[in-house]
Write a new protein. Structure first.
Length: 202
């Protein structure tokens, strides 16, 4: 008879089979995996929403500020507030949300043209109340561009307050532009304000 050969390196030539996951372990593994995916998705959604909120607030701040800066520059250069005037066949009246200004004309070098005046009106677009616009009606020979342009968007309100009972006698104007935007269930807003003197008041 032959003697049974011994394995000298101590290795088992017939290792035991590895035991697989039980049904309970598989269920627990799936549950934990799903939970992790939900948490990661929630973090992603929250970060995305936060980014949208920051972008919206920045847009509102910029829009309100741009509107006020344009209005401020026009008031500072104006000679008087005009009670009412027609622009392109549309009649406007200076009141709490509309402002008409008479502004000395300028030549190509930016110098004032004596005795010549341009007119500018700031108003809410009647077809889109979120837009604040400005229309310029320039005198013949004036270098000031004649146009209608949007100076602020996302507008929720515009307010002009005059320091005199008669708008034509006003020497200073308080102007406020408020912007707002709804995102999801929240509403974000921004406000820009300036009190401006008419430097060329006559």
């Amino acid at each position: 008879m032959y003697a049974r050969r011994q394995v000298s390196n101590g290795m088992n030539l017939f290792p035991k089979k590895t035991k697989g996951l039980s049904l309970l372990e598989t269920v627990i593994y799936i549950f934990i995996s799903v939970l992790i995916i939900i948490v990661i998705s929630e973090i992603f959604v929250n970060q995305s929403t936060l980014g949208q909120k920051r972008t919206s607030q920045s847009d509102l701040d910029i829009s309100a500020g741009a509107g006020i800066e344009t209005i401020k520059a026009a008031i500072q250069g104006a000679s008087t507030v005009v009670p009412s005037r027609s622009f392109g066949g549309t009649a406007y009246t200076s009141d709490e949300d509309t402002l008409i200004l008479e502004i000395p004309s300028i030549d190509g070098s930016g110098n004032l043209v004596l005795g010549s005046y341009d007119y500018m009106v700031f108003f809410i677009d009647p077809s889109d109340a979120t837009l604040l616009k400005a229309t310029t009606d320039s005198a013949a020979g004036s270098a000031r561009p004649e146009n209608t342009r949007i100076i602020s968007s996302f507008v929720s309100s515009v307010e002009f307050r005059y320091n005199k009972a008669s708008v034509a006698a006003s020497t200073a104007i308080d102007a406020t532009v408020t912007t707002a935007k709804t995102l999801g269930t929240g509403t974000f807003s921004a406000k820009s304000h300036a009190k401006v003197n008419l430097r060329n008041k006559q």
